[in-house]
Design a protein around this ligand. Structure first.
Ligand SMILES: Cc1ncc(C[n+]2csc(CCOP(=O)(O)OP(=O)(O)O)c2C)c(N)n1
Ligand code: SF4
Ligand SMILES: [Mg+2]
Length: 351
């Protein structure tokens, strides 16, 4: 049950990270999700990424909406800040929190119902405004929590557990994120930890709107023949375009420069993303080409995964608005009340 905390005991031989924390220190309470749910694997990947990045837990804010996926922040980063919003409203609450305090690392976790159905407008505007965040959609193509209705990412022609055919067109969140201006766009699979953990690490290091669509099978309502979000279907149709390594700026940079197979991209914060190309000619820095490639492979029935687009030098909402660097709660009256002379100048400028 969610209120049962995990025991604090741990094996003495476990290795602490650079901050002296163990992997256990990044866990949360005991998961109540169904055994085998993809969402639990994503929580494990987030825990691993935070541990490997030496993230100070008190600097992370995790936000979600409503759904099985949105319950998961309870199961990871138990020592971080958290906010469970109304269904589909996570992006605007995250935007507000980010504007009030840019010093935290923002992690939005949502479902395909939460972000592509009721929260589609919220998702779109947070991405297009360039909020600096890591936004993970745990995409199972179904409303898991409310027992298996089609969601807006269910593919046309796919079948529900009871054999009902979905006649509506699917929303592809990756294509949408690319179109809306996300500066880091990836897709992965909950069953591919080797791909997912580095993607989450890279997204957290990315200083702009980073989006990861993670296929995450719902074993209870969407893991049957006829589903396009089942473990078997995703494994059979997965087409990875690259593999990623993340090299933090303070560690020695060792990347494989073998011609044609690896590109290394230095981000604004100094971290280096080393991208091992798998698909011939795939260039993750070309947004238009990425959109065309996605559409082409989708028509061929493939699910393209990997880092699909990266702008290594993105802007963000604070840069666009010219906001103060200090958290709003640390501003004093003297900072907030500029005085009569300054007001007179502003008024004069508006005449
Ligand atoms: C305003 C509002 N409308 C509807 C619901 C009912 N509801 C709860 S979760 C959910 C869908 C969840 O689907 P998804 O986001 O895909 O999460 P999953 O459970 O599949 O991980 C719905 C429709 C609600 N809680 N609030
Ligand atoms: S109903 Fe589906 S999404 Fe929800 S916990 Fe169970 S397997 Fe996971
Ligand atoms: Mg869902």
């Amino acid at each position: 049950m969610t209120y049962i905390a995990k025991p604090k005991l741990h094996h003495p031989a476990l290795t602490p990270n650079g901050l002296g924390f163990l992997r256990r220190d990044y866990e949360g309470s005991v998961s109540t999700l169904c055994a085998g749910c993809g969402h639990d694997s994503i929580s494990a990947a987030i825990i691993q990424a935070a541990y490997e990045l030496d993230l100070p837990p008190h600097r992370v804010a995790k936000l979600s909406g409503i759904g099985c996926s949105s319950k998961t922040p309870d199961y990871f980063l138990g020592n971080s800040h958290g906010f469970n919003t109304v269904h589909g409203r996570m992006p605007s609450v995250l935007t507000g929190a980010n504007l009030a305090n840019r010093e935290l690392i923002y992690l939005g976790v949502s479902g395909d119902g939460d972000s592509a159905s009721i929260g589609l407008g919220q998702f779109a505007h947070a991405i297009r405004r360039g909020v600096n965040m890591t936004y993970i959609v745990e995409n199972n193509g179904v409303y898991g929590l409310t027992k298996g209705q089609f969601s807006a990412t269910s593919d046309r022609g796919s079948k529900s557990k009871k054999g009902v055919v979905n006649h509506d067109a699917a929303i592809d969140m990756v294509s949408l994120a690319l179109q809306l201006g996300a500066t880091f766009v990836a897709r992965s699979f909950s069953g591919d930890k080797a791909q997912l953990v580095p993607l989450i690490k890279a997204a957290i290091r990315h200083p702009g709107p980073a989006f990861i669509d993670t296929l995450s099978p719902c074993v209870q309502f969407n893991n049957h023949a006829g589903s396009t979000k089942s473990y078997d279907y995703v494994r059979e149709h997965n087409e990875a375009v690259n593999r990623l390594d993340v090299i933090a700026d303070r560690k020695p940079i060792e990347v494989d420069y073998e011609p044609g197979t690896t590109i290394s991209v230095t981000q604004h914060d100094g971290s280096v993303l080393s991208l091992h190309k798998l698909a011939d000619h795939y260039d993750a820095t070309d947004r238009i080409a990425a959109m065309a490639y996605l559409a082409e492979r989708q028509a061929a029935g493939e699910i393209v995964t990997g880092l699909l687009y990266l702008n290594p030098d993105p802007g963000d909402l604070h840069g666009a608005l010219g906001t103060t660097e200090r958290p709003l709660n640390s501003l004093s009256d003297a900072d907030l009340v500029p005085g009569q002379a300054a007001l007179d100048r502003i008024n004069a400028g508006l005449r």
